[in-house]
Ligand binder design. Sequence first.
Ligand code: AP5
Length: 220
Amino acid sequence: MRLVLVGPPGAGKGTQAVNLASHFAIPHISTGDIFRSNLKAGTPLGLEAKSHMDRGELVPDEVTNKMVKDRLSKDDVKPGFLLDGFPRNVVQADVLKAILEEKKSPIEAALELVVDKNEIINRLSGRRTCKNCQRAFHIQYEKPAKDGLCDGCGGDLYQREDDKEEVIARRLEVYSEQTAPIIDFYAREGVLISIPAMGAVDEVTKRAIDALAARSGSNA
Ligand code: AP5
């Protein structure tokens, strides 16, 4: 399965990506997580990305495209992969298409998570992220078993700089101006699947798996 997850900030892409990657036994590639890991390690890539991320802007395409091209050259993506946070504009979508055309292995589905704006703001403002493994929790909807600590690895939870109110507003603008056009791009490619992403995490996962199964059944 070669899958792209599309949706606004806070739609639940990272949360669903963990469940779907485990279900399909494919690597979860999140460009946001790669940037944050680089930042934590203090690499030049992380420092470059931080200046854009903290303002809610996109990291320049040449930096992001190269990083994704390198990642997609690894052996573990041969059985498939799930991209979360990439592509984020039509230039990136074209670059991804060209990388995959070379390998004769195009995207099979672009899964759009549809969530209303109030829910997005609730989800982002209440998100707490593990400093160590980047797993997302929520102070109301997905509480960790122990306050302030990750259930998975025991790492400390923190609030992302870009989950502050003024940055959320900018990220939503960037999404509608630059990222939303990729929904039409994938509709034209004939691979778009849109599902409502309101409701409990497990319900959304089931909806996604059912929609992907229905699509692969109809392509069989
Ligand atoms: P990135 O890390 O990709 O952020 P994003 O796309 O803005 O998405 P988020 O991580 O904010 O949200 P999500 O949809 O994954 O939601 P989550 O599952 O965490 O990118 C950050 C920045 O990096 C960008 O702004 C940009 O600067 C840079 N960047 C990244 N990729 C780039 C690219 N390709 N090009 C250029 N720049 C790039 O869920 C949110 C919260 O809701 C959590 O608390 C979760 O617990 C909760 N939740 C999830 N699902 C549910 C549910 N069903 N019910 C209740 N709560 C839920």
